[in-house]
Design a protein around this ligand. Sequence first.
Ligand SMILES: [Fe+2]
Length: 192
Amino acid sequence: MLHKVFGLSVYQTTVGSHSAIREGLLAEIRKVMEKPECQFEHDNSRVYSDYRLGNDPITHRYRDLLLPALRPCVEEFGNMLGIKEIVFGQVWFQHYERFSFHNTHNHWPSLFSVVYYLQFDPAQHHATTFVHPCALQHKIYSVHNINWPREFKPEVKEGDIVFFPGFLDHYVPMCRSDKPRTIISFNFDATG
Ligand SMILES: [Fe+2]
């Protein structure tokens, strides 16, 4: 018997009200992006994010639109895992322009994290790419020419939302498009 053990839950679904909230969210996010603290430039790449603004009131308008719209998806995910109580943590957006990317990182010690693809063209943009947590074993497998996928990149479209364990490493490959790519991310804790 072959046991596949220690499976991870990465859940993908679509936000039902995406088309109703999209423009309102983008309009509010554009206002936040004007703050210099939200602008990060490196070489020829530019990323906007309110990650460092914390709970600044200017961020409340888009969060107030966002969280009620996403709550059904969060509860759906919670029900599948037998979660009874959900506690929302930090919420932030990332707006990527041409040549922008995000290096490998994780959201530990948050229990779960979410990426909501607010502005996304599958023909132009990359989804968040997850890295296998057993990196050492993967290295040995590849030395012995044993095929074992190192990464998982879900096929997402705009309006999709992806849930993943906070400890799971992930990155965003470079955006080479002139079309902006905007996601909203948040962490949450839960009790069963
Ligand atoms: Fe992340």
